[in-house]
Design a protein. Structure first.
Ligand code: ZN
Length: 204
């Protein structure tokens, strides 16, 4: 196994409007006692004489990491376990909140897709609109800043009227966004590129 691109440890700050990772250091005895309790939203990683627990909130908007302060995080198996669980929680969060947001925007603009699916798309693809107006959204966009999340969704919704990227598409998207869509696209790409490595690392 090769070194991860980012190490996940209590200094890792993943605080997005739609999803937060919360670190809580606990006593060893509490951590071990918790192992014996039944909890439907708990995942546990056993590490020698201690353990790390993950618990997500019911709506998947928060993921708590319970750990002992002596816990060593420089372990590739533990890293993989953490990353995969963070990814799965973000996916679950996306499946709830992206369709909800799309429906709000549909009502606001009186523009309706046939259906919406949240699924992993090809690298670099954040959304798709098929010729019969089925919209697919990448779960990744749920951790974007809200304005960028909306822009991605509105971009796909604009394809309901224009199935191409010609001038009429950009004019129509500008109406939906309330400002010049081409100018916004430049700022959008810039904003995303800053976090792109982290986003793709988390979601790979
Ligand atoms: Zn497009």
């Amino acid at each position: 196994m090769k070194q991860p691109q980012f190490w996940i440890n209590p200094n890792t700050r993943l605080r997005f409007p739609q999803f937060c990772l919360e670190w809580q250091s606990c006593d060893k005895s509490d951590l071990l006692a918790f192992c014996k309790m039944d909890h439907p939203r708990r995942r546990t990683y056993m590490a020698g004489t201690t353990c790390v627990h993950l618990i997500h909130s019911e709506d998947y908007s928060r993921l708590f990491v319970l750990y002992h302060e002596s816990q060593k995080f420089e372990n590739l198996r533990l890293q993989k376990w953490l990353r995969e669980n963070i990814r799965d929680t973000i996916m679950a969060r996306a499946s709830i909140s992206l369709p909800k947001r799309l429906h709000e925007l549909e009502n606001r603009h009186q523009l309706y897709a046939q259906s919406v699916t949240v699924k992993k798309l090809r690298i670099g693809v954040l959304g798709q609109c098929t010729f019969d107006n089925h919209i697919r959204l990448s779960p990744l966009i749920v951790i974007f800043p809200p304005a960028l999340m909306d822009e991605t969704i509105l971009h796909e919704m604009a394809h309901i009227k224009h199935h191409h990227h010609r001038k009429s598409f950009w004019n129509y998207l500008s109406i939906l966004l309330g400002s010049d869509a081409r100018e916004k696209k430049i700022l959008y790409d810039l904003a995303i590129s800053k976090y792109w490595e982290l986003y793709t690392f988390l979601m790979k």
